[in-house]
Design a protein around this ligand. Structure first.
Ligand code: FES
Length: 105
């Protein structure tokens, strides 16, 4: 179910960035943090915890870790701490990330 965001950006820019956010192409002004882009484009949670709880950006300053997303295949990225760039692919993070250790390690 898609929910409209209650957040709207007030910045108008001629220098925009296009990237893929949760499967949709999104355009935001250059210099926008990923968390701000998520909040201004989606009203849904940006991650789901291992217990199924919905989370999205809260503190916007790198403290709460509720804004974790997968960026370009890399999990556990704090969306409030990175700027959006062209061709970035952002996916919703679901559950815990894999730590990449096999039984042979
Ligand atoms: S919003 Fe709290 S760490 Fe990103």
């Amino acid at each position: 179910m898609k929910t409209d965001s209650r957040f709207k950006t007030l910045i108008k820019s001629t220098n925009d960035v296009n990237f893929t956010l949760f499967g949709e192409i999104v355009t935001v002004p250059k210099g926008t943090t990923l968390a701000a882009a998520i909040l201004s484009n989606f009203g849904e949670a940006s991650r789901i915890t291992e217990t199924g709880a919905l989370r999205t950006a809260f503190c916007m300053m790198g403290v709460c870790f509720d804004c974790l997303v997968e960026v370009d295949g890399n999990p556990n990225i704090q969306s409030c701490m990175v700027l959006v760039h062209d061709q970035m692919v952002v996916k919703r993070q679901i559950g815990l990330r894999s730590i990449g250790i096999s039984k042979d390690d």
